[in-house]
Design a protein around this ligand. Structure first.
Ligand SMILES: N[C@H](CCC[C@H](N)C(=O)O)C(=O)O
Length: 277
């Protein structure tokens, strides 16, 4: 199976053209391919397929084999992959995902690609849409949340996939490998959740670390950074545009007046290959 290895700020993916390659069972293949010792090594497997309602369908599988609704960093990589492999001549590309239609735009200056800007759609704030247990019509902004006897205050929302955001004074004090999985698999999140810890630097800068649903600690999370901006605005900590500083680098996020979230950042192809197993 021919593949390409891409990353967005170190959040890395194996991208496969499912219109040409025989992938087999996606869940099993994701587990095997993402293994960093016995496989290629990645946070996720992305399979591109035809779509009736968009330019392409994008299916995303986490390294634990679970299928994700959406993936912000992969969206930027897929846009460049499609354009640079002549699978499209469009620079604004619609992608059909489980979270709806997501639209990345390749931004060129003097013929050189400078960034990829993604319309991530609208945040969903109601518990029923996250999903988070409780009144489905209610929002979950700065609410108490008990984790093994300790009370955290969380803000939870969906960017097509679930996010649980916690604000801390010093991000270096967060023991992510311990607390991450406890919140990811918490009973109140019936579809589990991505977990983001945020330290507000100023009204235009957020430092974030992430424990991803189905993937663990990653260098960056595009949907997570988008959710982080929304949570920071809702809690009055930042304005509607901010740089989110992740372990792998910076994403620029904007919550526009049309209620859409726009995320801009890089996408890098590292290598291509043929997967033999
Ligand atoms: N682990 C996520 C999917 C990947 C999201 C992340 N890599 C991004 O860039 O948005 C989930 O299961 O919802």
């Amino acid at each position: 199976m021919q593949f390409a290895k891409w990353h967005g700020l170190g959040n890395d993916f194996v991208i496969v053209n499912g219109m040409k390659e025989v992938v087999g069972d996606y869940h099993k293949q994701a587990l095997a391919v993402c293994d960093r010792n016995f496989g290629i090594g990645a946070d996720g497997l992305v399979v591109l397929l035809p779509s009736e309602i968009a330019d392409f369908k994008m299916r995303i599988f986490n390294s634990d084999g679970s299928e994700a609704d959406m993936c912000g960093n992969a969206t930027r990589c897929v846009a460049r992959y499609l354009y640079e492999n002549q699978l499209t001549d469009k620079t604004v590309i619609t992608l059909d995902t489980l979270a709806g239609i997501i639209t990345p735009e390749l931004i060129f200056e003097n013929g050189r690609l400078v960034t990829v800007k993604v319309d991530m759609g609208e945040p969903k704030l109601k518990r029923g849409a996250i999903p988070l247990a409780g009144d489905p019509q209610e929002q979950a902004i700065n609410i108490p949340f008990l984790v093994e006897g300790e009370t955290y205050h969380i803000t939870s929302l969906s960017m097509g996939n679930p996010h649980c955001i916690i604000f801390v004074d010093d991000i270096r004090t967060v023991n992510l490998p311990v607390i991450g999985p406890k919140i990811e698999t918490h009973i109140l999140f019936p579809k589990k959740t991505n977990v983001e810890f945020l330290q507000i630097v100023d009204r235009h800068t957020i430092r974030m670390r992430v424990w991803e649903r189905g993937a663990g600690i990653t260098k960056a999370c595009g949907t997570g950074a988008s959710a982080a901006l929304v949570a920071s605005v809702l809690n009055g900590y930042t304005d509607r545009q901010a740089t989110v500083k992740l372990d792998g680098g910076d994403l620029f996020i904007e919550w526009a007046s049309n209620n859409h979230i726009y995320k801009s950042g890089p996408a890098v192809e590292v290598f291509r290959g043929k997967y033999l197993l």
